[in-house]
Design a protein around this ligand. Structure first.
Ligand code: DLL
Length: 435
């Protein structure tokens, strides 16, 4: 028998769940129409009023919201609550160097904590667990999101955040951590570092790992479970919608991630045409938040590619499942958990004298750690210059990218006209990671 954090809502029969969704959706639409000028304008343009939405199917008649819309209203334009009611602000990188900003009311934090607590229980965690939370604390939602959920559950949380891997291993060993939360790639890096320290991470008390924030594969799950001797669970989320805990696998099935449908309505669309796809087909995930107060989003295009199933699950949860994310429909790459758009790197490069705007990003994974190489052409005059000059240029590029985007890379300067030109879409990224 599965255990639940909130049995009533997690197992709500489909008709009751859908009735609840419709009531909450209609309230959310009234709220955004009344408080957010962007929604009033976009609904008016589409010729639809909140009151016209009489069934869940009517959701399709509403326009989408995109990351661009969030950017255009930077920083607080899409907030539906006054700043006096906002108790937390998070942000994630966007294409323009300006982050995407989200705000939470007290109630939003409560809901998020509950959904993360539900997620922990679905993953097999419980009170008495020692949760080693190595997601980054800060503007990124991973650290604080998991932290509040762990406290809500009543487990003991270690707010270790990311970095200083050797210390992490010592703490896991000495404190007897039973649950590990971090990106999947970082968990493998920890295993490597532990081995280098003469520690077999398989011997620690870790029982469950809750991994997300970047794409990973079934093959990688196998490797992690083997190397760390734990159950590896996939968790999904995005800051725009909430943060971690939008969807999670249950430990009973490890087959698809339950999306908490009493708070979110998922749809799958064809990313080219925007048309709704039949259930089961793969496309772009669109999410409508139906209880959020700070920044409710209507039909938000996540750019993440997946499919939906409403098949009953062995765990007894009635909430739909999304399949493991198979990628993104835009060009964002995720390097060690940091979201990076090629255009962000481009804007750093174009600001540096002596560098041409022809570049290629090569993402790879060595010793379980993502690496990013930035190949960029330098101008003719500079290329014939001394090695010292070129080296200092390369270091400067690496530093500016690190300062601006928070991601470590290796800059490789190449001769003019050596990077392949394209007549159509330029290929800016070569991702060699085998996920
Ligand atoms: O990554 C929130 C999070 C933190 C999720 C910790 C899970 C664990 P953002 O920084 O806004 O938020 O990045 C969101 O990361 O649109 C996906 O492209 C990707 N992503 C998140 N989880 C997964 C996953 C957090 N399990 C973006 N599988 C999303 C694949 C994921 N991609």
């Amino acid at each position: 028998m599965a255990t639940y954090f909130n049995e009533e809502f997690e197992t709500l029969p489909r008709p009751a769940l859908e009735a609840l969704q419709l009531t909450r959706l209609r309230n959310a639409l009234e709220r955004v129409y009344a408080t957010v000028p962007f929604y009033r304008a976009s609904f008016d343009m589409a010729g639809i009023r909140p009151g016209d939405v009489k069934s869940l199917e009517d959701l399709q008649r509403l326009p989408f919201t995109t990351k661009q819309d969030m950017r255009d209203s930077y920083p607080y334009g899409l907030f539906a609550a006054p700043l006096e009611e906002i108790v937390r602000i998070h942000a994630s990188s966007g294409t323009t160097g300006k982050p995407t900003v989200v705000g939470y009311t007290h109630k939003d934090i409560e809901v998020w904590s509950e959904l993360m607590a539900r997620s922990f229980v679905a993953a097999g965690a419980h009170r008495g667990d020692i949760i080693h939370n190595a997601y980054g604390y800060g503007l990124f939602t991973g650290g604080l999101g998991a932290h509040y959920g762990a406290e809500r559950l009543g487990a003991s949380v270690i707010p270790i955040s990311g970095g200083n891997t050797r210390r992490q291993i010592m703490i896991m060993q000495d404190f007897g951590s039973t649950v590990l939360t971090c990106t999947p790639s970082y968990s493998l890096f920890m295993a490597e570092e532990a081995r280098a320290e003469g520690v077999d991470i398989r011997d620690l008390k870790l029982r469950v790992g809750i991994f997300g924030a970047e794409p990973w594969s079934e093959a990688m799950r196998g490797e992690i479970e083997d190397k760390l001797n734990l159950d590896a669970i996939d968790i999904y989320g995005l800051s725009e919608i909430m943060g971690p805990g939008v969807a999670i696998e249950c430990i009973e099935a490890k087959h698809g991630l339950h999306i908490w449908e009493d708070h979110f309505i998922p749809e799958i669309i064809n990313p080219e045409t925007g048309e709704l796809l039949p259930v089961g087909e793969t496309g772009e995930l669109v999410i409508t938040t139906i209880t959020k107060q700070g920044i409710p989003l209507i039909r938000y295009r996540t750019r993440d590619v997946t499919s939906l199933t409403y098949e009953p699950c062995v765990c007894g949860r009635s909430h739909a499942r999304i399949t493991r994310m198979s990628g993104r429909s835009d060009d964002m790459i995720i390097v060690r958990g940091v979201n990076v758009f090629p255009s962000q790197i481009e804007s750093v490069l174009v600001g540096i004298e002596g560098v041409e705007p022809h570049y290629l990003l090569i993402v790879d994974r060595h010793d379980n750690l993502d690496t990013l190489e930035v190949q960029v052409e330098v101008d003719e005059r500079l290329f014939s210059d001394e090695v010292k000059v070129l080296q200092s240029l390369a270091r400067r590029i690496e530093k500016e990218i690190k300062d601006m985007l928070g991601v470590t890379c290796k800059a490789k300067l190449v001769e003019p006209r050596t990077i392949q030109r394209s007549e159509g879409k330029a290929q800016r990224v070569i991702d060699k990671r085998k996920l």
